[in-house]
Design a protein around this ligand. Sequence first.
Ligand SMILES: C=CC1=C(C)c2cc3[nH]c(cc4nc(cc5[nH]c(cc1n2)c(C)c5CCC(=O)O)C(CCC(=O)O)=C4C)c(C)c3C=C
Ligand code: FE2
Length: 517
Amino acid sequence: MNIRIQAPCPPRFHHKTPLILSRVSCSSEVVSHGVLQMEASSNVGNSSINISKHKRAFGWSHKQSLLLKQSLNKDSMPLRALMTSSTAQDTSASYVNDGKIGVLLLNLGGPETLDDVQPFLFNLFADPDIIRLPRLFRFLQKPLAQFISVARAPKSKEGYASIGGGSPLRQITDAQAKELRNALYEKNVPAEVYVGMRYWHPFTEEAIEQIKKDGVNKLVVLPLYPQFSISTSGSSLRLLESIFREDEYLVKMQHTVIPSWYQREGYIKAMANLIEKELKSFNRPEKVMIFFTAHGVPLAYVEEAGDPYKAEMEECVDLIMEELERRKINNPFTLAYQSRVGPVEWLKPYTDQTIIELGQKGVKSLLAVPISFVSEHIETLEEIDVEYKELALESGVEEWGRVPALGCEPTFIRDLADAVIESLPYVGAMAVSNLEARQSLVPLGSVEELLATYDSQRRELPAPVTVWEWGFTKSAETWNGRAAMLAVIVLLFLEVSTGEGFLHQWGVLPLQLPMFP
Ligand SMILES: C=CC1=C(C)c2cc3[nH]c(cc4nc(cc5[nH]c(cc1n2)c(C)c5CCC(=O)O)C(CCC(=O)O)=C4C)c(C)c3C=C
Ligand SMILES: [Fe+2]
């Protein structure tokens, strides 16, 4: 079996050819600008191939090594991983003149006013990548989303009211788009940058309409999440894919996707800069615990559906710490996950519990580093700055600090521009027929391949949110039980919303509806 992969190759490894990757022997050549192309062949059983051992040495991301492993396992040919060359300008030259380039930034979106909160939550819970129901019960997705969003809205509204009455996400993402456009122009790559949100305005569909009106014919899709999760970038890309499939214009448009970019040097350096700067505001900087806190996902996403989110997050934290060590900053650090919703198990350790434990262990100074998102939002401004700070001080921590989100930080924006430029050679690089394009958003080696790697079977996932505390207990974690609960909920919902039904006839209703936490 032969496979071919292109992956970044740090200069210190250029002399090491041929490579021996465990039991896979590879010959390699540097094809361009720090990109290593390897021909790997193996005639051994693939299950024991140890790619991960080598991924760090070559700076491959978790995704790249996983794609390589998958490719070997399923005997597929050839596989192309996104390259991260340090000489972006050189690679762009031949791609800028023959078409109108667009960059589509994908993000979550947030309610702009308190009235937007419930419909925003509806959109979020109606997403099958947030609540994935068994096939038989898919028809309940919207009624359930309606019910949960109405029940959760009061609590969410309180949060948004406390940060000024709405989410700052739209403003910040628009500013990032503008700065990215400027950075691309400065690098001689004229491109229009569009914003497509998943759950609020400007919706992805609106951005796509504008892209069509502007006559873009080369599109780079860039989710603004550094690490990939089925629930974030995955959801946005799946939506985009369905839009592309239906549309004649889009089917013909050349495009590529940058699925995640947490391992990029510019991003890592920008994060390290922020941490280094913030540490200086402490009385004894060397004693501060660097406390990375990432948005969580339900554990089942990682353990059952194969979401790479946790692995990418851990690798990202390691890379930032390595960068800090190079700067002689050797503080202790830890990673925890925040913002869980409902009683199912989410990624651990939980941020709140970790803060309490650190306080008990005598940690006196904490620097919180939000790591899963590049804009300020409700969870940095309210959850971290207010709730976790209060909890830390109550738990014995004396000094608390927080690293700002990257926002429009110039090193970061320039690096995003480089990521876009480096991806240009891949825009439509694989000739695909219209028919093939209809089947996948991105030609070989990118998103479809990626989604297939992690989430091919689209397994049912336990709903991360529940409506009745007494119903979805840990012991009742089977879908049969949940289906029964759903049926009850829907009946109750219909009964409450129409004011008619057997409970009214029996005089059980009207009742106060319980709000879940
Ligand atoms: C990497 C970031 C994020 C992941 C992963 C993620 C997963 C995820 N989120 C929910 C439920 C909610 N998220 C909410 C807001 C919200 N989520 C993210 C990011 C990730 N979510 C951001 C940046 C925001 C804030 C947007 C803003 O308006 O500022 C909300 C609404 C707020 C609230 O009521 O708490 C919910 C609900 C689930 C269930 C999930 C994984 C399955
Ligand atoms: Fe979220």
